[in-house]
Design a protein around this ligand. Structure first.
Ligand code: C2G
Length: 130
């Protein structure tokens, strides 16, 4: 059984998130998702997510192609998470291309193309401008 791991905030959940998770699952048999904690999101983006960590976990856990969800506390812990969850493949969107290449000593690393023209930041900007 091939185990796939991916990471993200998945705030204001949208079809780009669905597309990457669906394609991540297609890389193997079992999909594990590391959801950025509210604190990690603040350190990455200088703002807290719109949806709380608990709500983001609930949304992700309810998806048919997601098998397991855990909280990602730090970007630097990737090697620990890959080992802990015995991942064979790490999948990320290509906005992260090259950023996790050091993990190639632990598992296969794949960057899949992002869905064009949609992002949480863009949705927030559009809603703000209404
Ligand atoms: N994504 C995508 N297409 C979009 C928007 C997002 O494929 N239009 C993908 C991203 O490439 C990422 C995943 O969806 O793989 C989650 O995106 P974010 O929630 O923006 O994740 P991010 O905050 O970048 O966190 O350890 C890595 C980080 O935690 C990733």
């Amino acid at each position: 059984m091939k185990r796939v791991i991916t990471f993200g905030t998945f705030d204001v959940f949208h079809v780009g998130h669905i597309n990457i998770l669906e394609r991540a699952k297609q890389q193997g048999d079992y999909l594990i998702v590391g959801v950025s904690s509210d604190g990690l999101n603040f350190s990455k983006k200088k703002r807290y997510p719109i949806y709380s960590q608990a709500d983001r976990i609930k949304i992700l856990s309810s998806l048919q192609f997601v098998d397991e969800v855990f909280v990602e506390e730090s970007l630097e812990l990737k090697p620990e998470y890959i080992k802990r969850f015995k991942a064979d493949v790490l999948v990320m969107g290509d906005d992260w291309a090259g950023r996790f290449d050091e993990m190639k000593s632990l598992c296969e690393v794949l960057y899949l193309p992002r869905t064009p023209s949609i992002s949480t930041t863009e949705i927030i900007e559009v809603v703000k401008s209404l």
